[in-house]
Structures are given as structure tokens and as C-alpha cells.
Design a protein around this ligand. Sequence first.
Ligand SMILES: Nc1nc2c(c(=O)[nH]1)N[C@H]1C(S)=C(S)[C@@H](COP(=O)(O)O)O[C@H]1N2
Ligand SMILES: [Mo]
Length: 419
Amino acid sequence: MPLPDLRRARRIRIPADPAFWRSPVRGVRFTAVLGLVLLFGLTVVTVTGLLSYAAYNPDLSPANDSTPGKGWLGFYLFAWPTGPHWLYRLTQGLHVTVGIVLVPVLLAKLWSVIPKLFKLPPVRSVAHALERVSLLLLTGGALFQFITGLLNIQLDYLFPGSFYTLHFYGAWAFLAGFLAHTALKLPRAVRVLRHGVPPGQAGDELASPDPLPPTVSRRGALALVGAGSLLLLLTSAGRSFDGALRRTALLAPRGGTEPAAGPGGFQINKTAAAVRITAADRGEAWRLTVRGPAGEFRFSRQQLLAMELHSAALPIACVEGWSTSDQLWRGVRLRDLAAIAGYPGRPPGVFVESIQRSGPFRKAALRDNQVRDGRSLLALEVNGAPLTADHGHPARIIVPAAPGVLNTKWVGSLTFGEL
Ligand SMILES: Nc1nc2c(c(=O)[nH]1)N[C@H]1C(S)=C(S)[C@@H](COP(=O)(O)O)O[C@H]1N2
Ligand SMILES: [Mo]
């Protein structure tokens, strides 16, 4: 009679024991495939994220700078261009949509390497200690960035102001870990995918030494992750479009529904009511104040409408990743207003303030290149009709390629000058 395998039966399994982890799906090949997908995907998310930071003009104080302590982390800041006019719509749409789509891949990747987290001794050498620190930055940073990013887009600025700061510094912590991890692991991942691995623990330190019978193949598990990502893509990408496509954005907080039809019938961020802009605020008594070296000037809406008006077809593209298609705006060129303020030649930047009394985004600074672009308007009309209350009546800023947050609504004053 065969003896029961006492050694096996009595074995007490703790997470530090590789045999504690019994999924037959784990293995270096599975991890390498997910790792390479993340290498490409997270590169897109990181680059577009850093671009988004630059696009926000954080070096123009005091209006935009939520990260005054950025120091040399702002080394790469540059004048965000005004063309092509859909630039931010593309970069931020990618940032948010690719980020969402990578969620299942990130979770699967973390799951695939969990046994390593518990390996003893926790530190074997200086090199190993450094590797573990980089892993802490990488996984901690990635989870932190995904969680803060998702909360922000889903819950509509859960933490205005501080989100920006947290997500910015988090990005650099993540990036440090990401670069170190890529340098350490990419060669192995490529080798594994090119030449394969001998089966079993000897060649595959992630494979369980005592796997349970499989319920799904590795390929099947990867397909499941891919299907999850595809589902997220199909229910997210619509946030970057209008009409029927927006209705497919079931996961976007403002997706699945469409604003009322008509000239103002496109996505609204904050309604006038939400920020307590009343009809009286926008009524006959409203004036636009324009300031500069030539003095201070005040204009009624009628007077602005009597100026030379220009049209520009431009989208609204929000930091949250949603955007509209081009809308036809009509209004006074910012550079014409700069000329009135005392800059007839090359205008400088402008500091814009809304009549909105409280809440974020009531002020913004635009750079000289943005003021100079002939498509940058103080818009009075959209799609052939006066601006609606919710889109910023009596007047709003619209600038090509800029993040929506710089397109101040319910404008009260424009101060031209070096910022
Ligand atoms: N005064 C004011 N202007 C504002 C905002 C705001 O909250 N208050 N939100 C900004 C943001 S974040 C975006 S994305 C756009 C949205 O414009 P829309 O509501 O017309 O689509 O307006 C911008 N202008
Ligand atoms: Mo926004």
C-alpha cells in the first residue's frame, strides 16, 4: 500500500513559501507579455501626462501654478503650441483613455508577481535592496497615479487643487521606478519572449512549484485580460467625441448622456447654476475690464459685439479626458484686445479672471504665443447663436490646442502684461 505523502500533507504553507502560490497561470512568460504591454502603454500615459502639465502653463504665476515647489522637476516646461488645434484633445484623450484601458493589464501584472513580494530574506544584497526600492516606487507610484487619476475623472475633481499637486509629484516617483525597472527587466523579458524558458522553477522563478490543475490556459488568461481592456476601451473612448459616440462612453461621468440639442448642445463642465452665476451677473450691468499699459477700459457686451469679430472652429478638451468636436466660436481676438490695452505690436500674455466668486478655475494665465494666435478669442457666440449661460455668457476665452481649464467662462477682466 503506498504511503501518503506526509511531507507534502504536513507542509504548512506561508506566503514566503513559493508553493503557497499555486496558480498554474503564473510564469515569467505571462509576466513578460503583460510587462511589455505596460512598457508601451505606460510610456504613452507618462509622456502625455507630462505634456498635459506643460500645457497647463504652470510656470505662469500666480494664476496657474498649483505646484510652486516643483523646482527642477519643471525643467522641461515649454510654450505649449496653439496648433494643431486638436493637439490637447489628442494628447489628453490618449492619457485618460489609455490609462483606463491599462487597468486590467496593471492588475494582472501585479497579480502575476505577488509571490516575489513575500520572498525571504527581504533583502539579499545592496543591488537587491535597490531593486526593491525601485519596485516600491514603481508599484506604489503606479497604484497611486491610477487611483488619483481615476478618482479625478470619475468623481469630478474630488480634490481640486491638491489633485494636481499629488498627481504631479506622484508621476515623478512612478517614473523613477518605471525607468529603473525597465532597465533591470526589459532584457530578460525580451529574452523570455524570443527564446522561451525551460519549464519548472529552475528556469521559471514565477512558476508555482506545486501548481493546481489548470482551469484556464495562460493564453486564455491573457485573452481575458485583453477582453477586459477592450471592454473598457469601448465604454470609454466615446468621451472624446460628440453625438452617438458619446453615448457609448458609459463609464464617463458625463458620458452616456448628451446635452440638449441646439447651438450650445455640447458637453458642459460646470453649469452656471453650479457655480452660482445668476442672470443678473450676466445681465445689462456686466462689463468686461481690459487692463494694460494704456490704462483700464470697460466694455459692455454690445460694445464688444460692435468690434471686429472673428470665427474659429475649436474643440473644448478637458483635463478629465473628455472633449467635444470643433465648435464654431465667434468673438473678439485676444490680440485686438491687447492692442487696446497698449500692446499694438507683439502682445504679451494675459491674466484672465472670471466673475465667478468661488471655486477652482475662475482664473487662468495665457502665454504670449496663445494671445498672438488669431484663433484665440474672447468668444461671444458659438455655433451661430449667443453663448449660452452654461458655456460662459456673456463672454468666454477659447484658445486653440489649450486644455479646457484655460478657456475661462463668464470672463470679468483681462490684464495684459508680462506674467
Ligand atoms: N469660470 C470658469 N471657467 C471655466 C471653468 C469653471 O469651472 N469656471 N471650467 C473650465 C474647465 S475645467 C473646462 S473643461 C471648460 C469647459 O467648458 P464647457 O463647460 O463650455 O464645455 O471650461 C473651463 N472654464
Ligand atoms: Mo476641465
